[in-house]
Design a protein around this ligand. Sequence first.
Ligand SMILES: Cc1cc2nc3c(=O)[nH]c(=O)nc-3n(C[C@H](O)[C@H](O)[C@H](O)COP(=O)(O)OP(=O)(O)OC[C@H]3O[C@@H](n4cnc5c(N)ncnc54)[C@H](O)[C@@H]3O)c2cc1C
Length: 328
Amino acid sequence: MAQSIVVLVEHVDGKVDSVTLQLLTAGRQLASQLNAQLIALALGHQIAGVGTALQNCGADKVVLVDNAALDSAAGEVQAKVVAQVAKQLDVCFVLVGYGLVGMELTPAIAAQMGVSALTNCVDVKFADDAVVVTRPVFDSTLHAHVALDNDERAVIALQKGSFAPAEASANQAPIETVNVDVASIPARSKVLGISEEPIGDVDITKAEIVVSVGRGIGTVEKIPLIGELADALGGVLACSRPIVDVGWLPRERQVGASGRTVTPKIYIACGISGAIQHLAGMRDANKIIAINKDANAPIFGVAHIGVVGDLFEIVPALTKAAREAKAG
Ligand SMILES: Cc1cc2nc3c(=O)[nH]c(=O)nc-3n(C[C@H](O)[C@H](O)[C@H](O)COP(=O)(O)OP(=O)(O)OC[C@H]3O[C@@H](n4cnc5c(N)ncnc54)[C@H](O)[C@@H]3O)c2cc1C
């Protein structure tokens, strides 16, 4: 078994994404089981601050590839850089977040390294002499447990929220810089820049109560029903992606992998099935309440309170109760 496990760090403007801290928890566990060292690997330009922020997050070493050419490097180049570093460091597993970045990079890194790509995982561990990953299948109603052959290396992409974030450790991991000639890597595309999406009239990421509507609402005329519950609770209205795709609510209201990530005190999902791309944006909410008429809907897998029933009966009753409670 090779000796290093790498966590690929996601960061923007010096800020480390929460998925990286979750990957460090998974990586620490696996590294201890395999007696391997855990490396946090960050690519970018002028990223010394990212390195410092990661020093006490459970990694044995922080490795930076700090190169001006990485500012405009598209996924194909980043994948080649990761593969080069992985070769130098004798890496057995690369852990990546299964978000939009990971969806692109995971197969590309695996192809460059000539190893397996395991996407959409919710767990990874060493059990019965093998590294085993767990992946949802069949609309997340079943879990497949996949064991890797001994000595098999892999790039493993884990869903956001699969592990708790790494807690600050007393150990200060050393920071090492690895030089890669990024400019000489042939590229067929480049990143021109990164811009922030407009917040819109409401910033759902700041709300303490989020009431979210999904395709179960049926028609645009019924959306105010969910808006009224949000108002009665002093929360904000959000939605799943199909509601945005048909133009019933603006994009800034979308929760999920290609929308916003929310971590409110209370998240109420009304008529939302709980696809992984939706869960990616809300599974870290403090209390999740799901209303769905299908008892097997995957949303109930993450809900703290599940109500199996018709939202057109339940939501107005909740709104009434909230208004009455407010009125005293
Ligand atoms: C690359 C990619 C990115 C994506 N990004 C996102 C994202 O950011 N956010 C996102 O949400 N999705 C995203 N998706 C789409 C995602 O895969 C799902 O298609 C979507 O989340 C489903 O939305 P939904 O739950 O509202 O609809 P559905 O899956 O159709 O679920 C509707 C639910 O409503 C229930 N229902 C119906 N009638 C009632 C009723 N009267 N009372 C109670 N319950 C009822 C049904 O039982 C069902 O569970 C993405 C997909 C891809 C491929």
